[in-house]
Design a protein around this ligand. Sequence first.
Ligand SMILES: Nc1nc2c(ncn2[C@@H]2O[C@H](COP(=O)(O)OP(=O)(O)OP(=O)(O)O)[C@@H](O)[C@H]2O)c(=O)[nH]1
Ligand SMILES: [Mg+2]
Length: 304
Amino acid sequence: MPLPPTSLDPPASSPSRSGTVALAGRANAGKSTLLNALVGVPLAAVSDKPQTTRTRVLGVVNAPGLQATVVDTPGLHRPRSEFNRRMVATAEKSLDEVDCVCWVVDATRPVDDELIERFAGRKVVVALNKVDLLDDKTRLLPMIAAYSRVGTVVPVSATRRDGLDRLVSAWAEHLPEGEAIYPADQATPLTEKAIVAELVREQLVRNTGQELPYATAVEVERFDESRREEGLVVIHARIVVEKPSQKAIVIGAGGRSIKRIGTQARKRIERLLGAQVHLQLFVAVEEGWTENPRLLADFGYTGD
Ligand SMILES: Nc1nc2c(ncn2[C@@H]2O[C@H](COP(=O)(O)OP(=O)(O)OP(=O)(O)O)[C@@H](O)[C@H]2O)c(=O)[nH]1
Ligand SMILES: [Mg+2]
């Protein structure tokens, strides 16, 4: 039988808000860094190379009276191939489906008039990111004025975790009233397997040259938890590239590159899983997979 209301129930004037937020913006603005800072777990690949993010990564952010399901999106840029087109389509589609767009802007870059036009009229909150890099904080004022045309502007630093509470509060104005969907301690609805694939890809992007990240995918083929109680998880992941020359780059001279990728990814995965991890990486060549709809779908790049 339901209990009668008590004085501990939240007052009707502060209803719970629950909804979806997409982190969107230019490549390298810090969207994935912001997602990881907000959820407190490294879910999304971060690197100093543009176009690090490939697919949608979801995190759950809880604040008093609010729960937001947050999607990280690939940076908005001009597509050059079928693969790139799907990435941008993924990002654009996310924007139409969410309650609030959190446009992440790199505060060290000139005011982005093109995207101001594109975002005007949507439910947007602007996260003016990387403010830690501005020596002269008065430079923020004209930027805040310019971006205010699209929505509330909140200066933040994703790496220093500054301004995040204010940012999340600003989302609230766009989120519908509703109950929380996920338990308060759940950082993501993604499976561990999916996060592991992302963490391997992160090290791949970080440890290889500019040209390679566009042409790689990671698939976790084995995720063996049978010894998890003893504190051990065995993982086999397949790195897929387009050409034999790329395979050679991933493996590196004397296998040094793949070894470094494996070691660094393993450390991150061990922290995520709270267990010792045996990680084996394999590299496979799938000619032309970035232009092949069937292979793209196999690797989860559906373009929707
Ligand atoms: N100084 C500083 N650097 C930041 C901040 N946020 C992100 N960065 C750096 O900016 C670079 C890009 O960060 P990402 O989070 O990968 O950027 P992204 O917007 O997800 O990029 P794509 O996925 O390629 O679209 C990384 O080197 C981050 O460490 C910040 O607040 N301050
Ligand atoms: Mg990203």
